[in-house]
Design a protein around this ligand. Structure first.
Ligand code: B12
Ligand code: SF4
Length: 609
C-alpha cells in the first residue's frame, strides 16, 4: 500500500464564516504523520476546493474525516470509494460516538484521537497482524460481526506529533487562515459540547518552543492564524508565557482564538493578547438566561458576559459572540431578548446557534433517551436547524425565531456603518451574515413543513389517528367536552380560554365526566392529579354504563408532553390548529390567569364513536 488520501467532507450549508475556509487539523496532521513514514499522501478539504476525482484514481486507502453535520456526505464518499474496491477508514467526533452506524459505510472506524491508531491500522494492513490488538479501532469481521476494541488513552505528549504540513492540502493557496493548535481538552464540562468526551477534561498543551516553531512554519504564508484550541486560556500562566514569547520574538501575526469570559478578569493577559496581535476572540456566551447558563453547566454568569464584552472592547479586540438557544428553560422571549442584547452591546459579530444534540454529549443522550430527537438527518445537525422537541416552544418556533433573531443583528445599515469606518472585514462578515440568514430563511419554510409532517405523523401514530376521526365526524362544528371535574378554578379558566381562543367554532361544554356519542372529552391531568389517572379510568367505565355507550366504541388516549405549553400543542394538533393559533391562544390563556404557569404534562382524551 502506498497511496493514502485524506478527505475532509464538505459542510452541508453556508455559515457566516464560510468565506474563511478553515479546515480542521485532523486530516492534515494524520496525513503529515503518514507522509513522514514514506507514504504518498494527499489531503482534500472539500470546503476549500471540490475533489478532483482523477487525482484519486490510484488511491489504495481513503481516510475520511467528518463531524456530525458532515457525516452524510462522509458516508456518501465512503460508499463511492468502497464500491471501487478502495479501503476506507472514517474518523472524527461523529464516527467516534456512533461507530456502528459508520461501519455501514467504511471498513474501519478510528475512535478518538487518530495519531497512533491509524499508524497501527496501516501496519496491520501491510503485514496482516491481528486487528483486535489495535486500541480505539472498530471493525466488522468477515461474517459481518461488529468489534469495538477498547478505547485508546489520550495522547500525553502533544509535542510528539509533527508540525502539520499544509503543502499536502490540495489548493491550500486558496485558504486565507491557518489553523494552529496549542492545546487539547478543556477543564469545564458544558453539557452540549463534544470536546470533553472527545479530547478529555485534562488540559494538555504543547511546549512554548514547539508552538513558536509551528507559528513560524505556517504564519508567514497566510494572513491570519486561528488558534483552534477550545479554550486558549484555560491555563492563564502558560498562555501569558506563549504571548510573551510571540512578542519577544517579534513574530508579526494577526490571530484569533476561542476563549471564555474569564480572560477579561485578567488585565495582564488582555494587554498581552492585544500586544501579541490578537484580532478577535470567539467567546461562548451561550445564554443571557441565568437558568440556561446553569442548565448548560457553563460555570459563568450574565454579569461575566457583560464584563467580558466591556473589557475586551476596551482593549480594542473584536468579539465574535456565540449563543446557544433552545434549552428547556428558554422560551421565545429568550431568543428575542438575546438578539436585542447583542445589538445593544454592539459586538462585532454573533452566531445564534440552535442547541444541537451532538453524539457523545449529555444533551444527546438525554434527548435521545427521552424520545425528543425529531430526526437523525445529520446534515441538519449544524446548529442552524432545530432537530429536537424543545420544552417551551415548538421546534418550528425555535428554528424560525433563531433565524429571525440573526436577521435582526445582520443588517445592511450595520454593513454600511462598517464600510463607513473602513472596517472591511466586518463589512464582509456582515454581508455573509445577511446572505446566510436570507438563504436559511428562504429554506426555512420547506424545513418547517418537513418538521411538521414528521411531528404530525408521530402524533397520529401515538394517538391512533383520532385527529382524523374527530375531523370526519364533527365536520365544521366541533363539540368538545372539557372535563374540569378536578381542576382548580384558575386551571379550568386557563383551558377554557385556551380552547375558546383556539377555534371560534368550538363548542365547549364544561361538564362532569360525561361521554356523548361523536364527541371528544378532554381531561387535562394537572400534576397534582396525576395519581387520579387510574381513578379517572374507573370513573369513565361507570359513565359508559350510565350513558349506554358500548365500551368498544370508545377510545382513551393519554397524550404525554414535557410542559404545559406542549400539552396545549398536543390539544391544538388534535384539533388541527395552526402553530401560530396555538401560540396565541396559549399566551392569552396564560394571561387570563395572571401568567402563573402550572404543571400539566398529560392530557386524557376520550373519543366516543
Ligand atoms: C476549527 C473548528 C471549526 C471551524 C472549521 C470547521 C471545519 N472545517 O469543519 C469553524 C469555526 C468554521 C467551525 C464550525 C462548526 N463547528 Co467546529 N470546531 C472546530 C474545532 C474548534 C477545532 C477542529 C480541529 O482542528 N481539532 C483538532 C484536530 C486535531 O482534531 P480532529 O480534526 O477532530 O481530528 C482528530 C480526531 O478526530 C481524529 N480524526 C479526525 N478525522 C479523522 C479521520 C480519520 C480517517 C482518522 C483515522 C482519524 C480522524 O484524529 C485526529 C487527531 O487526533 C473543533 C473542536 C475540536 N477540539 O476539535 C470544533 C468542532 C469540530 N465543531 C463543532 C461544531 C458543532 C461546529 C458547527 C456545526 C457549529 C459551530 N460551532 O459553528 C460548525 C459546522 C462546520 C461545518 N464543517 O459544517 C463540534 C463538532 C462535534 C460534532 N460531533 O459534530 C466540535 C467538536 C466542537 C464542539 N464544541 O463540540 N468549527
Ligand atoms: S463549551 Fe467551551 S468551555 Fe464548555 S466544555 Fe466545551 S470547550 Fe470547554
Amino acid at each position: 500500500m502506498n497511496n493514502i488520501y485524506f478527505i475532509e467532507a464538505k459542510s452541508p450549508g453556508a455559515h457566516i464564516f464560510s468565506f474563511t475556509t478553515l479546515p480542521r487539523l485532523g486530516s492534515i496532521l494524520l496525513g503529515t504523520i503518514l507522509k513522514q513514514k514514506g507514504y504518498n499522501v494527499k489531503v482534500f478539504i472539500e470546503d476549500i476546493a471540490p475533489i478532483p476525482w482523477s487525482l484519486l484514481d490510484d488511491a489504495d486507502m481513503v481516510c475520511i474525516s467528518s463531524i456530525t453535520s458532515t457525516a452524510n456526505r462522509a458516508f456518501q464518499l465512503a460508499d463511492k470509494f468502497r464500491k471501487r474496491g478502495v479501503l476506507v477508514a472514517l474518523g472524527g467526533p461523529h464516527s467516534t460516538f456512533l461507530p456502528d452506524e459508520s461501519l455501514n459505510y467504511a471498513d474501519f472506524i478510528i475512535r478518538g484521537e487518530g495519531e497512533e491508531t491509524l499508524v497501527e491500522l496501516i501496519d496491520y494492513i501491510n503485514s496482516n497482524t491481528k486487528l483486535n490488538s489495535i486500541k480505539g479501532l472498530s471493525f466488522k469481521n468477515n461474517e459481518g460481526e461488529i468489534f469495538h476494541n477498547p478505547d485508546r488513552a489520550l495522547i500525553q505528549d502533544l509535542n510528539s506529533a509533527p508540525i502539520p504540513d499544509f503543502s499536502l492540502v490540495h489548493k491550500w493557496e486558496k485558504s486565507t487562515v491557518v489553523p494552529v493548535a496549542t492545546s487539547r481538552g478543556c477543564p469545564f464540562g458544558c453539557k452540549f459540547c463534544s470536546v470533553i468526551p472527545m479530547f478529555g477534561r485534562k488540559y494538555r498543551y504543547k511546549s512554548i518552543d514547539r508552538i513558536i516553531d509551528e507559528i513560524e512554519a505556517a504564519a508567514p504564508k497566510k494572513g491570519h492564524v486561528f488558534f483552534i484550541d477550545d479554550n486558549f486560556a484555560a491555563n492563564k500562566n502558560r498562555t501569558k508565557e506563549l504571548l510573551r514569547s510571540i512578542i519577544a520574538k517579534k513574530i508579526k501575526i494577526e490571530w484569533s482564538a476561542q476563549v471564555r469570559t474569564d480572560v477579561a478578569k485578567d488585565y495582564e493577559l488582555m494587554s498581552l493578547m492585544k500586544k501579541a496581535g490578537c484580532f478577535a476572540v470567539f467567546i461562548g456566551f451561550e445564554s443571557i438566561n441565568p437558568k440556561t447558563l446553569s442548565l448548560y453547566n457553563k460555570g459563568q454568569e450574565l454579569r461575566d458576559i457583560e464584563n467580558a464584552i466591556r473589557i475586551v472592547k476596551n482593549h480594542n479586540i473584536n468579539i465574535h459572540g456565540m449563543f446557544v438557544l433552545g434549552s428547556d428553560t428558554d422560551d421565545i422571549q429568550t431568543i428575542r431578548n438575546t438578539a436585542r442584547f447583542a445589538k445593544k452591546l454592539d459586538i462585532e459579530s454573533i452566531q445564534l446557534m440552535v442547541l444541537t444534540p451532538l453524539p457523545g454529549t449529555p444533551v444527546f443522550e438525554e434527548l435521545r433517551d427521552s424520545g425528543r430527537l425529531i430526526h437523525k438527518d445529520w446534515s441538519k445537525y449544524d446548529a442552524h436547524h432545530a432537530v429536537f422537541e424543545p420544552t417551551q416552544m415548538t421546534a418550528f418556533e425555535l428554528h424560525v425565531e433563531t433565524l429571525k433573531a440573526m436577521a435582526k443583528f445582520y443588517s445592511w445599515p450595520a454593513v454600511l456603518r462598517n464600510l463607513w469606518q473602513f472596517d472591511f472585514f466586518y463589512a464582509v462578515v456582515g454581508i455573509y451574515g445577511i446572505r446566510s440568514v436570507k438563504k436559511a430563511l428562504s429554506g426555512a419554510k420547506s424545513y418547517v413543513d418537513q418538521l411538521k409532517e414528521l411531528i404530525t405523523t408521530k402524533f397520529d401514530n401515538r394517538t391512533d389517528k383520532i385527529r382524523q376521526f374527530f375531523q370526519q365526524k364533527q365536520g365544521k362544528s366541533k363539540n368538545i367536552i372539557l372535563n374540569t371535574t378536578s381542576l382548580e378554578n384558575s386551571e379550568s379558566r386557563f383551558f377554557t380560554t385556551f380552547l375558546n381562543k383556539l377555534d371560534k367554532k368550538l363548542i365547549i361544554n364544561k361538564e362532569e365526566f360525561k361521554v356523548h356519542k361523536n364527541t371528544l372529552t378532554i381531561t387535562p391531568l394537572v400534576d397534582h392529579l396525576k395519581n387520579k389517572h387510574q381513578q379517572g379510568i374507573q370513573q369513565l367505565s361507570e359513565v359508559y354504563d350510565k350513558n349506554k355507550v358500548a365500551l368498544d366504541s370508545i377510545k382513551v388516549i393519554t397524550m404525554e408532553s414535557i410542559s404545559l405549553y406542549k400539552s396545549c400543542v398536543n390539544i391544538g394538533l388534535l384539533l388541527n390548529a395552526s402553530s401560530r393559533k396555538i401560540r396565541k391562544a396559549y399566551e392569552q390563556a396564560l394571561k387570563s390567569i395572571g401568567g402563573n404557569e402550572f404543571e400539566c404534562k398529560q392530557v386524557l382524551v376520550i373519543v366516543a364513536r
